[in-house]
Design a binder for this molecule. Structure first.
Ligand code: FE
Length: 249
């Protein structure tokens, strides 16, 4: 399998490129709008055709490039079925595999950050979206989030994967790239090391984070699979502009 971990620096989002060496088909997990041309350039450089864009969830901190990439390449938009998006071509359901050439993605319904959130297992890797981050996890204080649901998702669906499975998160704000199930189960300060549900609920309650500054535009934009809201304030325009500095990983 051809694999690249790409970063979009504005929202510190990781986009994952998975390519089938035999059929030359590829998918992008969580592509970000300002980076669509960079992503297409990487695909082109590898001689791959984009078959699908795949979302882990409706994002609050960036707009997906799904719609834009579909326009450019004819790729199909795959979104968790529970989101019920009319713009999606494929409605992803729990444990129903999505196959692209020799690549098989197994969706893992992992609610908590959002109710419809999916992680994806591919061979010995898990693309954990915002359910499980390196030494952390996604927020649970908006978009129907639930700390209790997240604790269950991580413990029952992700920490039960084999120890040596690699964890590729949806974000990292300190340039960390990859972890493993064993490492997170052991030392994730929120969810690992035997943390109880009550401890986790208290940790999440105490975070008291400000709302993401782009949420009021990102969520409507993502609900239509990646359109920039027309009334976007100037100060937020860079979320829709083309990415300038390419920090390709
Ligand atoms: Fe998120």
């Amino acid at each position: 399998m051809i694999f690249r971990q790409l970063i979009e620096p504005l929202s510190s989002t990781y986009t994952y490129l998975l390519g089938c060496e035999e059929t030359k088909q590829a998918v992008l997990i969580d592509p970000v709008l300002p980076a669509w041309e960079r992503d297409l350039g990487v695909l082109r450089g590898l001689g791959l055709a984009l078959a699908y864009t795949i979302e882990t969830h409706i994002h609050a901190d960036h707009i997906t490039a799904a719609q834009r990439l579909k326009r450019e390449t004819g790729s199909r938009i795959a979104v968790p079925a529970l989101e019920g998006l009319g713009c999606a071509d494929v409605h992803i359901e729990d444990r129903r595999p999505l196959t692209v050439g020799a690549i098989v993605l197994e969706p893992q319904h992992t609610p908590g950050h959002t109710p419809a959130h999916m992680a994806y297992v591919v061979n010995d890797r898990v693309f954990s979206g915002d359910a499980l981050l390196i030494d952390g996890c996604g927020r649970t204080d908006f978009q129907g989030g639930s700390a209790r649901a997240l604790y269950e998702s991580v413990h029952e669906r992700l920490f039960t994967l084999p120890d040596d499975f690699l964890v590729y998160p949806g974000h990292d704000y300190q340039d960390r790239r990859v972890s493993s199930i064993a490492q997170e189960r052991r030392r994730n300060p929120r969810l690992g090391g035997g943390r109880t549900l009550e401890e986790f609920l208290a940790i999440m309650r105490e975070l008291r984070l400000p709302p993401p500054k782009f949420i009021d535009y990102a969520v409507p934009g993502n609900t239509v699979c990646g359109e920039c809201p027309p009334e976007l304030p100037n100060a937020l325009q860079h979320y829709c502009d083309e990415m300038r500095a390419s920090r390709q990983g």
